[in-house]
Design a protein around this ligand. Sequence first.
Ligand code: SF4
Length: 357
Amino acid sequence: MEIKRRETRKIFVGNVPVGGDAPVSVQTMTKTFTHHKKKTLEQIKKCHSAGCDIIRVAVPDEKSVRSFEWIKKNSPIPVVADIHFNYKLAIDSISAGADCVRINPGNIGGERAVEMIVKRAEEAGIPLRIGVNAGSLERDVLEKFGSPSPEALSFSAEKWCRFLEEKLGFKNFKVSIKSTDPMTTVRANILFSSRTDAPLHIGITESGTSFSGGIRSAVGLTILLSSGIGDTIRVSLPTHPVFEVLAGIHILNSLGLRGFEGVKVIACPVCGRCQVNVQKIADEIERRTIFIKKPITVAVMGCVVNGPGEARFADIGVVGGKNSFLLYIQGKKVKKVEPRDLLKTLMKVMEEEFLKK
Ligand code: SF4
C-alpha cells in the first residue's frame, strides 16, 4: 500500500526541507541542561549519527541563549530553540543563530509577543513552529469548548495560523498539535490538516515510559502518517534522545516512508523451549550496533526448534542451544560459539564479513 502524502507548503529548517515533497524528517530534543554546552553538543552529535535530521534545544534563560549560540555554531544539524513564557528569549535565540524557534502562543504572551517574534524571524529569514498543546490551551478556547478536545486544539491552531498569515502576512511556519492521548492528537491533526496547507510536526506529547510511550507514539503516528499527514516527527520518550530518533526511524521504515540503513535486530518472542537469555543478548547487540550505518539483519533465536529456519533469512543468525550457540552467516551454519564468546564473535563477524567488504 503506497501512502499518498497530503500536500503542504514547504519550509526549510536550516538546510532540511519540511513539507511539500520533502521526505518525512525525524527530530528529537536534547535532554541535558543547555548551559552545559559541551554535553548538549555531544548528545546532538550522537543523535546525528543515529539519523536525526533536526534537533531541538530548550532555552529557558539568558544563560542558555549564550550556550545556544555556541551549540548552533558547532552542531552538524539544524537547531531549533524551544521557548516558553518569555518572548525575549525567542528574539535573542534568533539573534544567536537559531534555525527555527518553537513557541507556544498559549503561553508566550498573546498576539503582541507573537508579532514581535514573527518580525524578528522574518528579518532573519527563519521559520517558526507554532506549538499547540492540550496542557496549555488559551483560557477563552477552553471556555468555548469545555475541554482540550480535538475541535478545541484544531480551533486554537487555526486561529494562530490566521493571525500569522492574514494579519502579519507570515507563512514561514509549521504547526504542531499535541496531546498525551493518541486519538485526541490524531483527530485534532486530521481536522486541522483538512483546513490548511501548513506543514505539520506530529507526535504524542509526554507519551509515557519507553515501553508504553513507544506504543502510544507508534499508534498515533502510524494512523496519521498512513493517512498522509505529518511532515516531520518526534517520538517523545523519557530515554536518551538517540532512542527517540531510532523509534522515529523504525516507525517511518515500517510504513515504507524511510529506508533504514542500520542493524535490524530480530528476536524470537521466547517460549518454554528457550535455552538462552534472548532479550539480554538482543538488547546488547542493538546497543553495540546503534551507530552502524549498513543494512544488516541479526536474528537471535532461543532454541533449535524454529531457530535455524528463522536464522537462515537473516544476515547473521544466532540460535541458542544447551551449552553453546549455533552461528549462521547468510543462511549457512558456520560454527558453534561458547556463550562467553558470543558478543565478541558476533561483532568480529559483522566487522569482517559485512563492514570491511
Ligand atoms: Fe520458542 Fe525456540 Fe521459537 Fe524462541 S525460537 S519462540 S524459544 S520455539
